[in-house]
Design a protein around this ligand. Structure first.
Ligand SMILES: Cc1cc2nc3c(=O)[nH]c(=O)nc-3n(C[C@H](O)[C@H](O)[C@H](O)COP(=O)(O)OP(=O)(O)OC[C@H]3O[C@@H](n4cnc5c(N)ncnc54)[C@H](O)[C@@H]3O)c2cc1C
Length: 427
């Protein structure tokens, strides 16, 4: 393939960038995928996380023939969310598919699972392997000229910043720690979440229906995250047990009784800063971006300037578009960030591939439609996760009663529960 004749240049080879490359490449567009790590000899550490993926993400990955095999997937049959006193909501896939079970809108849908917990390295590998066989996609190590530049560089995207695209939002005073644990009992396909003082803990089942391992996502104050990261494995597991078994010092969490008696750490621990953010613009022409970047060229960091100059030389005329964490980030408490990113891939590729042949791939009308649709899809998730994290972050007794009362209300309200499940499953 000629190095100067690409339809699309995708910057960033995370899961969103790889999925977009495959989707467009399978439709015979000529795609360059910028993988800054490609060709390097250094192996980056494997991601310890497992993602909760919804039905729409599964459909997209299956259409790419990149749904990992059963050894890397666990179906979530049940989900229990516990507040910090009596609040509790539970969801059940079996109930959801039965008419008259309260989740009536789901009764007509073939609900095999509420979600799937997917091992991240396994998903990355299956996408990487598929790319090797996709002759219309070329892996490059630096941006190349193309009619459309798709920026999938994640939340710290240098290309987005270099183009002068601002993001609004705020940092959470929290960090997330991820690791893996083995439990003394099988999980039975149940995912758990506890809101307990400054802690939001999720246990995501691994190892198939009969498994006894969990991926852990523990969001907490930066101070607590620092302290927890420094603990020995056994002390960390002990503090985790205190929350999940309901004997934490700082809360009356005695209502959470998952039947998990003891936990032992089986993975390393990694930490992430958390942020709610949304780029102000998700698409534009390179020419407009150049003007904005120059106007706001009040001394950009040298690293960004270098990236921008390189990008400028490579871009030529054309358009740009943002996807995934480069466009938006939310708190991981709902396990929706990648689902939204894969939703971006599905919508953009659908719009690009369904448009009449005479419209070029960088047509701004199509890109603006993508931006409108995806901003609207993102809104309820950003609002819900931000509100929930705020509500449980407060320690006023009135708010504590209110949030636990709200959870009980959701649990007993058929239509609201139905709506929540449909949002989470993307049905
Ligand atoms: C603790 C935690 C748990 C989560 N759990 C879930 C979950 O259960 N379900 C879910 O849906 N989401 C979850 N998320 C969110 C999910 O991790 C992100 O939404 C997702 O990884 C975003 O994918 P991405 O490809 O857009 O960005 P990234 O994963 O950040 O990938 C970006 C890629 O671009 C590369 N890159 C960066 N800059 C450049 C450059 N200048 N040139 C070339 N390449 C570049 C990076 O190296 C990286 O490979 C979780 C997040 C956290 C922090």
């Amino acid at each position: 393939m000629s190095k100067t004749n690409f339809d699309v240049c995708i910057r960033g080879a995370g899961i969103v960038g790889r999925a977009l490359a495959l989707k467009l490449g399978q439709a015979k567009l000529r795609v360059a995928l910028v993988d800054s790590g490609a060709g390097g000899s250094e192996q980056s550490p494997r991601d310890i996380r497992a993602y909760a993926l919804n039905h729409a993400s599964r459909q997209l990955l299956e259409s790419l023939r990149c749904w990992p095999d059963d050894s890397a997937i666990t179906a979530v049959q049940r989900m229990e969310v516990h507040g910090d006193t009596t609040g509790r909501v539970d969801f059940d896939a079996a109930q959801a598919s039965q008419p008259g079970a309260g989740l009536d809108a789901l009764a007509t849908t073939d609900v095999q699972a509420l979600a799937w917990i997917v091992d991240v390295p396994a998903l990355e590998d299956v996408l990487q392997t598929a790319l090797r066989f996709q002759s219309t996609v070329e892996i490059v190590t630096a941006p190349v000229p193309a009619r459309l530049t798709a920026i999938c560089e994640g939340k710290f995207s240098a290309s987005r910043d270099a183009l002068g695209i601002a993001s609004h939002g705020h940092d959470y005073p929290q960090q997330a720690i991820a690791t893996r644990v083995k439990a003394s009992q099988p999980h039975g396909g149940c995912a758990w979440q506890w809101f307990s003082g400054p802690h939001i803990v999720a246990l995501l089942p691994l190892g198939g229906a009969a498994g006894d391992e969990y991926a852990v996502v523990w969001s907490t104050s930066c101070e607590q995250a620092g302290r927890l990261s420094a603990l020995s494995d056994s002390a960390f597991a002990h503090e985790l047990e205190a929350i999940v078994n309901g004997s934490s010092n700082d809360s009356a969490n005695q209502y959470a009784q998952p039947g998990v008696v003891s936990l032992s750490l089986i993975g390393s621990r990694a930490r992430w800063p958390l942020r709610l953010s949304q780029a102000t613009h998700w698409c534009g022409t390179m020419a407009q971006a150049e003007t904005v970047a120059k106007a706001s060229a009040s001394p950009a960091p040298a690293k960004n300037r270098a990236t921008h100059d390189a990008a400028h030389a490579a871009q030529g005329p054309g358009s740009w578009v943002l996807l995934g964490d480069a466009a938006h980030t939310i708190h991981p408490l709902s396990g929706s960030g990648l689902n939204l990113g894969l939703g971006d891939v599905a919508t953009l590729s659908h719009l690009l591939l369904e448009q009449p042949n005479w419209r070029p791939v960088h047509d701004l009308r199509v890109l603006r439609q993508y931006e409108r649709e995806r901003k609207a899809a993102m809104l309820p998730f950003a609002f819900a996760t931000d509100s929930l994290q705020w509500l449980f972050w407060q320690d006023l007794p009135l708010l504590q009663s209110l949030r636990n009362w709200g959870m009980r209300g959701v649990s007993s309200s058929g239509p609201l529960k139905d709506w929540l499940v449909r949002q989470a499953m993307n049905l």
